[in-house]
Ligand binder design. Sequence first.
Ligand SMILES: NC(=O)c1ccc[n+]([C@@H]2O[C@H](COP(=O)([O-])OP(=O)(O)OC[C@H]3O[C@@H](n4cnc5c(N)ncnc54)[C@H](O)[C@@H]3O)[C@@H](O)[C@H]2O)c1
Length: 261
Amino acid sequence: MNGAATKLIDLTGKSILVTGGGGGLAADMGALFVDLGARVLLADIAEDAAMAIAGRIGAGAKGIGCDISDERSVEKLARFVSAEFGAIDALINNAAHADIAADLDLLATDTAVWDRTMQVNLRGTMLVSRAILPLMINNGGGAVVTVVSRQGIAPPLSGMRVAYGTSKAALVMLARHIAVTYGKRGIRSNAVAPGTIETERMLATLSQERLAQSRANVLTPYLGAPEDISNCIAFLVSDAGRYITGQVIQVDGGVLTGLHE
Ligand SMILES: NC(=O)c1ccc[n+]([C@@H]2O[C@H](COP(=O)([O-])OP(=O)(O)OC[C@H]3O[C@@H](n4cnc5c(N)ncnc54)[C@H](O)[C@@H]3O)[C@@H](O)[C@H]2O)c1
């Protein structure tokens, strides 16, 4: 039972690996996890970005280079995790490739764009999960959170992002597979599906018109901020989330709940 003075989300003593650790959402997540008592490893193909974010967070965070689509690189990451942490409590599958300019509708998208998106988002997330899960199982269990997308649940009516959306939809199944298969060995696995989140990258890449449309589409008076995703993930990996597994949690301002008519 909760005591009045109990902190709802407490990550004290937990070791957490975040892929795509050099990106906008990971920077916020890493800082929150460390604030809540965890040790965090940020892994990114952009090693400098991961290192810089870890440096800004300070003690408790480390950055490392890793291309999740490359099996050798992932094996190296797993060895580092093993040596550095010994045990691992949570994996956040957050790295993603999104080719905003060239990932269009099915007829307009090059095979190379499709292949790279699948290679990173799907193959890469599979490789990392497969390499890290045994460390978690040997440690008595843990939590996996796979960051998917609203676009992996309902395709945009504009017909954009066929590769990205399809890769994220497939990741929902990977997240459920993990939940169903390893649940009795203490593994919880959930997917978090963000809607439009005002990261620096989003604000820099989306036009004012597109942002205004996104603001109009959500049910809340505002678009989400990185901490909206971090808070949800922190809850899921904490002991407060211990009965939540096999779910897709939409953190999207309810954008898919109503019809835009
Ligand atoms: N920001 C949003 O509005 C939003 C919306 C829906 C879903 N998401 C998802 O949230 C997650 C984080 O998004 P973000 O906004 O922080 O994006 P971001 O582009 O800032 O971060 C993604 C990170 O993944 C890294 N990455 C790409 N390929 C990699 C590879 N092969 N190996 C290792 N790392 C690689 C990139 O270098 C980057 O640092 C992604 O999975 C994204 O699809 C974000």
